[in-house]
Design a protein around this ligand. Structure first.
Ligand SMILES: [Zn+2]
Length: 436
C-alpha cells in the first residue's frame, strides 16, 4: 500500500509510465516466448518483477517534459513551408478522423491551427499504429499535450519553469563585427540585437573600425540546468572610433542611455543591415564615360543585388519611379524637414503616397541607372539641403522622466557597474559620446 501511496506523489507521467509498464510486463508474462524476442526494444524491458520495476522507475529523474512517453513510439515532424495540420497528420500516418478527434480535444488545441514553419509536433503511437498522444512546444516555456482519454482525446498545457541567468560578453573588432561577435560567444540573434540597439547612433554598415569594441550583459534561459536559448540584452556598451555609447534596457522593452535618453531616434544611421555589406563602395570614383569626378551627395553601400533596403524613418513615399540616371528610385518624405532618397534599386516595393515605417523594406539593392556597379546610393536632405546622414543631428524620441526615470537609473546603475568590471580601467580611457 505504501508503494502505491508513494506513486500518487509522483508526476503524472511517472504514474502513467508505471501503470503502462505494469500492463506491459503482464503482457510479456502471458505472451509466448518467441514473441517476446520480437517485441520492440522499448517494450522489452528486462524486469520481470513488478515491484522491482516500480522501484527502479521511481528513480528516474529529472522529469523531462519532452521525453517520449514510455513504451510509445514517438516521431517528431517539422512543420514545412505551406504545411497545415491535415498534411502533417497525413505525413505522420494518421487519418482525418483522428485529426478531428484531436481538434475536439479542447480549447487549447487551437494553437495547433496556427503552426509556423520550423515548429515541431511529436506523435506517439502504440504498436497498432493508433495515436496515443501528441506534444507541441508552444514557445520555450509551454507544451501542448493532446492525449488519449476515455472517449477521444483530451488536451492540456504544461507550463515549464525557466530560469534566467545573466551572462557577460566582451569583444574587440578585428576584421568584422560579425566575427568579433562570434569570437565573443554571441549567437546570431545577439549580434543582430546588439547592432539594433545602436542602429540610430552607429552606421554598422560602414563606420566600424578595427579596435572598436563592445561589451554586454544578456540573459540565458535555462530549464533544469539545460541552456535553451539566449534572452534579452539587458545592457550594452559600444565603442566606435573612440566614442562610447551605453544603453540599458527599460521594462518598456526599449533601450535608453544611462541618463534616460531614448536610443531610438527618427532615423536609422544606415538603410542597409550591416550583415549584407560586401564592400565600401568608392563614392569619389571617376565617371566611366566623362572621366570626371561627379559631385557626390550621398553615401554608397556595396551589397549583393537583391539586398533589402529599409526606410530610414517613418514617412510617406513621395516618389517611386525610374529614370536613366537614378535607375529605380524611391524618395521618402518624413515629418518635419526631412527627405531620404534611395537610388539604383533592382526592385521597388512601395508606391507613391504609401505610408512606411522605419525599418520597412522599400526595395531591393540593384545596379540600375548610370552606375559602375550594383550598390545603394542613399541621400539624406534637411530642408532640401544634402546632409551627411552619419553625422547629422537627429530628432530624438521622448526621454524617460519622473518615477520611471528614477527606477531606470537605479537598475541601470547596477547593470553598468557589472559591465564596467569586464575589463577594469578600459572604460575610463574612452571619452563619452556627445551629450550622453
Ligand atoms: Zn552614390
Amino acid at each position: 500500500m505504501a508503494f502505491w501511496h508513494s506513486l500518487t506523489l509522483l508526476p503524472l507521467w511517472h504514474r502513467r509510465l508505471i501503470l503502462l509498464l505494469g500492463s506491459l510486463i503482464l503482457l510479456l508474462l502471458l505472451w509466448p516466448l518467441e514473441k517476446v524476442e520480437a517485441t520492440r526494444a522499448t517494450t522489452a524491458l528486462p524486469q520481470t518483477n513488478p515491484a522491482a520495476s516500480g522501484h527502479r522507475l521511481g528513480e528516474v529523474e529529472p522529469d523531462e517534459p519532452d521525453e517520449a512517453p514510455p513504451g510509445l513510439q514517438g516521431e517528431t515532424l517539422k512543420v514545412r513551408n505551406g504545411d497545415n495540420l491535415a498534411e502533417l497528420f497525413q505525413r505522420a500516418g494518421f487519418d482525418p478522423a483522428t485529426l478531428h478527434q484531436v481538434l475536439d480535444s479542447g480549447e487549447e488545441v487551437e494553437s495547433l491551427i496556427r503552426l509556423k514553419p520550423g515548429e515541431e509536433i511529436t506523435f506517439y503511437q502504440n504498436d497498432e499504429g493508433a495515436l496515443q498522444a501528441l506534444s507541441y512546444p508552444m514557445g520555450l516555456d509551454e507544451i501542448l499535450w493532446v492525449e488519449q482519454a476515455r472517449d477521444g482525446f483530451a488536451c492540456r498545457v504544461e507550463k515549464i519553469k525557466l530560469e534566467r541567468r545573466q551572462q557577460i560578453a566582451q569583444g574587440t573588432i578585428d576584421s568584422s563585427f560579425w566575427e568579433a561577435g562570434q569570437t565573443a560567444g554571441l549567437n546570431n540573434s545577439l549580434i543582430l540585437g546588439l547592432a539594433n540597439i545602436f542602429a540610430w547612433d552607429i552606421d554598422f554598415a560602414q563606420d566600424l573600425q578595427p579596435g572598436d569594441s563592445f561589451s554586454l550583459i544578456y540573459e540565458e534561459l535555462y530549464r533544469d540546468d539545460e541552456k535553451l536559448s539566449t534572452g534579452k540584452i539587458l545592457a550594452a556598451e559600444f565603442i566606435n572610433q573612440g566614442q562610447r555609447y551605453l544603453a540599458v534596457r527599460h521594462r518598456d522593452g526599449h533601450y535608453y542611455s544611462p541618463q534616460g535618453k531614448a536610443m531610438r531616434k527618427g532615423f536609422l544611421r544606415a538603410p542597409v543591415n550591416f550583415r549584407y555589406i560586401t564592400s565600401n563602395f568608392n563614392p569619389r570614383r571617376k565617371h566611366p564615360v566623362t572621366g570626371l569626378v561627379r559631385p557626390h551627395n550621398g553615401i554608397d553601400y556595396g551589397a549583393p543585388v537583391g539586398t533589402p533596403i529599409m526606410a530610414a524613418g517613418d514617412g510617406v513615399v513621395s516618389a517611386s519611379s525610374y529614370n536613366g540616371l537614378n535607375g529605380n528610385f524611391v524618395f521618402i518624405r518624413h515629418s518635419g524637414r526631412y527627405t531620404t532618397k534611395y537610388l539604383h534599386l533592382s526592385q521597388r516595393e512601395v508606391k507613391v503616397g504609401q505610408r512606411v515605417k522605419q525599418g520597412q523594406t522599400i526595395g531591393r539593392l540593384g545596379g540600375t541607372g548610370r552606375v559602375t556597379g550594383p550598390h545603394l546610393h542613399y541621400e539624406f536632405l534637411v530642408d532640401g539641403v544634402h546632409k551627411n546622414p552619419k553625422t547629422v543631428a537627429l530628432p530624438e524620441a521622448t526621454p524617460l522622466s519622473g518615477q520611471p526615470l528614477n527606477d531606470f537609473k537605479l537598475r541601470a546603475h547596477s547593470l553598468l557597474a557589472r559591465l564596467a568590471l569586464v575589463e577594469p580601467g578600459r572604460l575610463a580611457q574612452v571619452r563619452p559620446a556627445e551629450d550622453r
